[in-house]
Design a protein around this ligand. Structure first.
Ligand code: ATP
Ligand code: MG
Length: 415
């Protein structure tokens, strides 16, 4: 049962065909816009969560005789409209779908593992897209309006929603929805999916169960957060994991996890709690592992400082190649006021391994496991185990010895 709060007055989009909703095939035509309006008004007239039972009761009260199939169709359409992803909800029935992108009322795309493809969904108007965006954002306790036209928010059901209103978006309202799996992948699933190879798996296990600090890197949507969730689940169950995230996404299968989520201030900026502040707070919460979901600003300084003072931790960072992680860290350090030299020392000491993911159109793959080191005053990413392009083979690289030394050092220290 979805109990998202009811916000806004989203126009009805119920006339869109219901593709793939088994019980409704042949019944959707019974549900016209007039009925939807009527039922919607009845449901909205009474505050409280929208439940299928309330919708069914409202259909009954409307006096229209729809029979079982028609009532089911109405319940499903209206539930989807008032709670959940609206007309996009049916796309999520395919478990392979990871992203849905709405570029306008008639242009919806999805990603189910083979790159982007057009989705069989449309909205009746730009207002309908905007209304859905506003409602989704509000259900995540944020506001989307002219004073706050770009919002990234996690909403119930495991979705992360990003919305931009025009004129910041140069066309119509843009929505990007990321669908999170309810359960993190385990290593066996990743191996079956071809994301990791057996040789990589054993190295990942050593890194994740020991206290080697690591960063998962990759481009957008390459699977960084998912791999980090998987690996955190391998931490010993006696450890306490404290997660610090901008929008909570990590879901490690681990018995002792607590999470902190940043708060974006109001228009004047008051009430803001940023990631750097959360890292400082997390340090007072007796973390065995301190995790920053995504390092993309000054919080990297707090994280590295913590990792250099005996804490153990992990995070993700955006980078298009393993080698680019060094430049990215230096750039993030600059945002935090750290010189390249200071950042080089901090990062090389703090981070034992970089796990770089790649996605070239098809499946997501762990491309490189690398060590971070300082060489002649520069931060370098030394590949330790590299997956050969287009093959299921790996080869050791120049960073192998440094990585192995780090793994055995940390496992001796914890033994
Ligand atoms: N190895 C995988 N195989 C199949 N699907 C995956 C894999 N890893 C991640 N996914 C799916 O791909 C989507 C993106 O994954 P994830 O959020 O982990 O990527 P990301 O790199 O953290 O993205 P972002 O750059 O937006 O932070 C999710 O829906 C996730 O379930
Ligand atoms: Mg991520």
């Amino acid at each position: 049962m979805n109990t998202l709060p009811l916000v806004g007055t989203a126009p009805l989009v119920g006339t869109a065909p219901l593709v793939g909703t088994a019980p409704l095939v042949g019944a959707a035509h019974l549900v016209d816009a007039e009925l939807l309006d009527d039922v919607r008004e009845r449901v909205l007239a009474v505050p409280g969560p929208v439940t299928p039972a309330r919708i069914a009761a409202a259909v009954h009260e409307s006096g229209r005789l729809l029979g079982t199939a028609g009532t089911l169709a109405a319940v499903e359409l209206i539930s989807a409209e008032l709670s959940g992803l609206g007309p996009l909800q049916k796309l999520v029935k395919d478990p392979r779908v990871t992203d849905i992108l709405v570029n306008g009322p008639g242009e919806v795309w999805l990603d189910r593992g083979d790159g982007l493809e057009p989705a069989p969904v449309s909205f009746p108007s730009e207002e309908a897209v905007r209304a859905l965006a506003v409602r989704l954002v509000a259900s995540g306790d944020r506001r989307l309006d002219d004073s706050s036209p770009c919002v990234d928010v996690r909403v119930a059901g495991g979705y992360r929603v990003h919305a931009v209103l025009p004129p910041i978006s140069t066309g119509t309202t843009l929505l990007s929805v990321r669908i999170r799996r309810h359960q993190a992948f385990d290593l066996t699933e990743l191996e079956h999916a071809g994301t990791i190879l057996p040789e990589q798996r054993s190295v990942l296990e050593s890194i994740a169960t020991g206290r080697v600090n690591y960063l998962v890197s990759g481009a957008t949507g390459s699977g960084k957060t998912s791999l980090l969730s998987t690996l955190l689940g391998l931490a010993p169950s006696t450890e306490r994991i404290v997660l610090v995230e901008d929008a909570s996404e990590l879901n490690p299968a681990h018995p002792h996890v607590v999470g902190l989520e940043a708060r974006h201030g109001n228009v004047e900026g008051s009430g803001k709690v940023d990631l750097a502040e959360l890292v400082r707070q997390a340090l007072r919460m007796r973390p065995d592992r301190l995790v920053v979901g995504e390092c993309r600003g000054a919080e990297v300084r707090e994280l590295l400082a913590a990792l250099n003072t005996g804490h153990s931790g992990a995070g993700t960072v955006h980078a298009n190649s393993a080698e680019a992680v060094a430049a990215r860290l230096i750039a993030l350090g600059a945002l935090a006021g750290l010189s390249p030299e200071a950042m080089t020392l901090q990062a090389a000491n703090a981070v034992g391994a970089v796990l770089h993911l790649e996605r070239r159109g098809g499946p997501r793959r762990l491309a490189t496991v690398a060590a971070l080191a300082e060489k002649a005053g520069r931060l370098v990413v030394a590949p330790a185990l590299v997956r050969l392009p287009g093959s299921d083979a790996v080869r050791k690289g120049p960073g192998w010895d440094a990585l192995s030394a780090r793994i055995s050092e940390e496992s001796e220290a914890t033994a």
